[in-house]
Design a protein around this ligand. Sequence first.
Ligand code: XIL
Length: 298
Amino acid sequence: PASVDAKFKKHGKYFGVATDIKLLKEEKNAAIIAAAFGAVTPENSMKWDSLEPKINAFQWAWPDYLVQWAGNHSQIVRGHTFVWHSQLPDWVKNIKDKAELTTVMKRHINTAMGRYKGKIYAWDVVNEMFKDGNGELRDSVWSKTYGDGFVKIAFETARAADSKAKLYINDFNLDQLNNAKTQKMISKVKEWRAAGIPIDGIGSQAHLKPGQAAGFGAALKGLCAVVPECAITELDIEGAKAEEYATVAKACLDIKNCVGITVWGLRDPDSWRKEKTPLLFGADYKAKPAWNALLNAV
Ligand code: XIL
């Protein structure tokens, strides 16, 4: 397929995809990613349960493979993710003592960022901390222990670990400007940055349902306005309507500090939402109509 990333590069932006070792070892998958994308995010291999399933015993083989693959193909990497309620091992969830949890969080961030220092463009330091609906803090060992105080510790630790990596807060359902969660993200990030917490970017995951692309640009503009940079980090759209993909791509192009788009997988059968056929390639490795729409829109 023609490279959508090459088109994004003309605007100073990237077009990336989530993947991991198993798919990168499939020749056809890897060939498409090498030819048509400019960034990779590990779909699972840098999550806590994969990276540090047992205390202070890190599993590097899978994420190392992805980081090396990216280097070999001149692609950037988005690291994903540290402080999250999900894919978090029980041994972390069960920590009751704040000092102990802080030690564990700092070691995890320092170890991963230290290993890949200089090789990761951006890290999702905090993921999905707000509830849907009212935008209040999501229940987790993090919020139970610190309220929202883990944000300061996590971002300050990350900044010290790799001062060049861009540090992101990432979430889903930030697709309409006037929902409570989008508003909460905007006001809290403004407040945290004013207090000196080193948040460089907001990631809007963008797992979209049909119809949601319409208000997406306005929401993204609101989010991007309170940070130095922003990105669409996990794009997939139920049904993969060509016009909806084009609308979302244009939303990023229209915003100067939107640095790029990552789609959450290559082929529908490998998608976490496969029954919704939300991606840009089909089981036959052929580009779907939305791919051409992107080439034309960018
Ligand atoms: C998903 C992966 O795609 C699946 O393979 C895994 O089983 C569950 O997680 N928000 C995120 C991503 O930040 O990490 C999630 O990825 C999708 C929702």
